[in-house]
Design a protein around this ligand. Structure first.
Ligand SMILES: O=C(O)[C@@H](O)C(=O)COP(=O)(O)O
Length: 601
């Protein structure tokens, strides 16, 4: 793991996860996994950025600090070189906490000084000028955030606000310095006496310059925008094009627990055409209203896309908090929404729309505890999140995909081998096994030191797989086939051994990239690993001379898809041999790499 993020709520976590997964300009998209709370096991080796979603925004500061330090310890144990403390772009915090105390505790633990504080997110209208935070053309304290029931932001000067939270003097890198570029920003941060330094930014270009200035910084703090420019400092290739979005069919229900003015306006908008049920918070607190009862009401109306909400006006929320205590109301409502979501899904609801960072976190934790894979962006700042697979899921997926390759003729007899990364090692197809007839329980398991610890004896090509994982960060699976056309290409004398698969179509550029032809080595010879290592992780795919293709991907499905794409391109290349072929030009290839993220580097 290269970058670790500690986020103070769930939706904020998915927002920065999305920024890191999508990439921006010179920053490649990374393989990102979002964790619900501090995980109790190691991350998969293929994860390049791990985002730990806490619920620490409005809890007492000492607990927020303790949770954030626990998240820091876990991220450091995963090998993170840079840690980002992510908070909201409206700097949601009270005069007592939590941004200041958490940032100071993290800086202290990491021995960091001149730590950037930059919640700017220009795409959403959040900009910082002379240390003051704006929302659109209003100062933060006039944006409506001054009335937020949990974190009323009554002062737009971030230095003063942090000072109230006990951080000591806070520095400033003004916009005129930011506009001088990365070197000037770095010099200003290094020259500052303060631990925390508010840094102005009003555009994405400013954030890219700040990102470049933060190469090597152990700690960074900010909104999701601060992640725009961080990956440009890493020597990594993007993990490839994210899977396309698929929407689930079936009945849908909306749940709203947010207290923001926007959510309350959205509820009123929904009410015009759909049934809306208000959750009676005092009845929830008294235990007389149960999630099952609300689920029954919603299910009776499910054909009309009903909505249930607990959002009150600031005055209503303040009354509830005064009567029951702020934390007690929040905890009870989180539990209520989690149980309600479980009851709805158990009854056949397939689509839940949830409003509110805390409520979303509670619902996702109830339905899919653990880790979430970050996929394609569906709206600005909003990625697709999928529950990460367990080892049993991966075994089943490996058997299914291998059989599919076999049935479609991509592998015959016992040719080919496949591996996939686990948090504690690797799964690998056993030697002399047919990809068409794998047994999930007998798949070989290797530990993190590549020792065989379970299942049948692994493929003799362990060296080849291992070399990819060790030289190409972000690799989650490797597929080696003897598929006919790619193997045929590997037997031809290549015109250019650095680039032996022609760029015939956009897809081969996007999924496979540049493919070198490696010298012949007998199967199972460790020298094969050396040849792959010598590529320094530059290629996602290689052809082994007189043997066949090997393809690495961010996960099993991407690696299989890329192996199929390579085979089809090899087939086209052979079909077109001797004909006047029009290849994609270097400019067209470069344009595809710019738009979709290159897989070679
Ligand atoms: O060519 C070979 O022998 C290997 O590359 C191969 O495809 C199968 O080897 P095992 O995975 O050891 O069965």
């Amino acid at each position: 793991m290269l970058i670790g993020v500690i986020a103070d709520d769930f939706t904020g976590a998915s927002d920065i996860a999305n920024t890191l997964a999508r990439g921006h300009g010179a920053s490649p998209g990374l393989h990102v996994v979002q964790y619900l709370g501090v995980p109790d096991r190691p991350a998969e080796p293929s994860v390049q950025a791990g985002v730990v979603a806490l619920k620490s925004r409005s809890i007492p500061a000492d607990r927020a600090v303790a949770q954030s330090l626990a998240a820091l310890d876990w991220l450091l144990a995963q090998g993170c070189r840079q840690v980002v403390f992510k908070y909201c772009s409206t700097f949601d915090s009270t005069p007592q906490g939590n941004i200041g105390p958490v940032a100071m505790a993290l800086a202290d633990r990491l021995g960091a000084r001149g730590v950037v504080v930059c919640p700017a997110f220009p795409t959403m209208g959040r900009t910082i000028y002379q240390g003051h935070l704006f929302v659109g053309d209003r100062l933060l304290s006039e944006s409506g955030m001054q009335d937020h029931p949990l974190t009323p932001m009554t002062d737009p000067d971030l230095r003063r606000w942090l000072g109230r939270q006990g951080t000591g003097p806070v520095g400033l890198v003004p916009l005129c310095v930011v506009r001088q570029g990365a070197a000037a920003i770095r010099a200003a941060l290094e020259a500052s006496d303060a631990t925390l330094v508010v840094t102005d930014a009003t555009s994405d270009e400013d954030l890219m310059a700040i990102g470049a200035a933060l190469a090597g910084a152990r700690l960074v703090t900010g909104g999701s925008g601060i992640a725009l420019g961080l990956a440009q400092n890493l020597d990594v290739a993007g993990p490839g094009v994210a899977a396309p979005r698929r929407t689930a069919p079936g009945p849908g229900v909306v749940l709203a627990g947010s207290c923001s003015g926007m959510t309350r306006r959205q509820i009123e908008h929904h009410r015009a055409a759909h049934p809306v049920i208000e959750i009676d918070v005092p009845a929830v607190m008294a235990g007389t209203l149960t999630p099952e009862a609300v689920a029954r009401q919603l299910l009776a109306l499910v054909a009309q896309a009903p909505l249930a909400f607990s959002s009150g006006s600031p005055e209503q929320v303040a009354r509830m908090q005064a009567e029951y205590g702020r934390e007690a109301v929040a905890a009870r409502l989180d539990g209520f929404f989690g149980d309600l979501a479980r009851a709805l899904v158990a009854a056949g609801v397939t689509r839940l729309v949830v409003a509110g960072g805390e409520t979303s976190g509670a619902v996702v934790s109830a339905l899919a505890p653990g880790a979430l894979e970050v996929g394609a962006e569906i709206d600005p700042g909003v990625p697709v999140l999928r529950p990460a697979m367990t080892e049993d899921d991966l075994r089943a997926e490996l058997v299914r995909l291998a059989a599919s390759l076999f049935q479609r003729g991509f592998s015959v007899g016992t040719a080919g081998n496949i591996s996939v990364a686990l948090p504690d090692g690797w799964l690998m197809t056993p030697t002399n096994s047919s990809l068409g007839h794998l047994d999930a329980g007998r798949i070989s398991k290797l530990d993190r030191d590549w020792s065989h610890v379970g299942g049948d004896r692994p493929s003799k090509e362990v060296f080849l797989h291992r070399a990819f994982y060790e030289t190409r960060p972000g690799t989650g699976a490797v597929v080696h086939l003897h598929s006919t056309h790619a193997t045929a290409l590997s037997c031809l004398v290549a015109q250019d051994p650095e680039d032996c698969v022609p760029p015939l179509t956009p897809y081969v550029v996007m999924r496979v990239g540049r493919v070198p032809l490696l010298d012949y080595v007998p199967p199972g010879d460790p020298a094969m690993g050396d040849l792959i290592r010598a590529r320094g992780g530059r290629n996602a795919a290689v052809l082994l001379a007189n043997h066949g293709p090997v393809v690495a991907g961010r996960d099993l499905l991407s690696a299989v898809h890329a192996a199929e794409e390579l085979e089809e391109t090899a087939r086209l290349a052979i079909l077109l041999r001797g004909l006047p072929v029009r290849l994609l030009s270097p400019d067209q290839v470069a344009e595809l790499e710019r738009r979709f993220g290159g897989v070679s580097r």
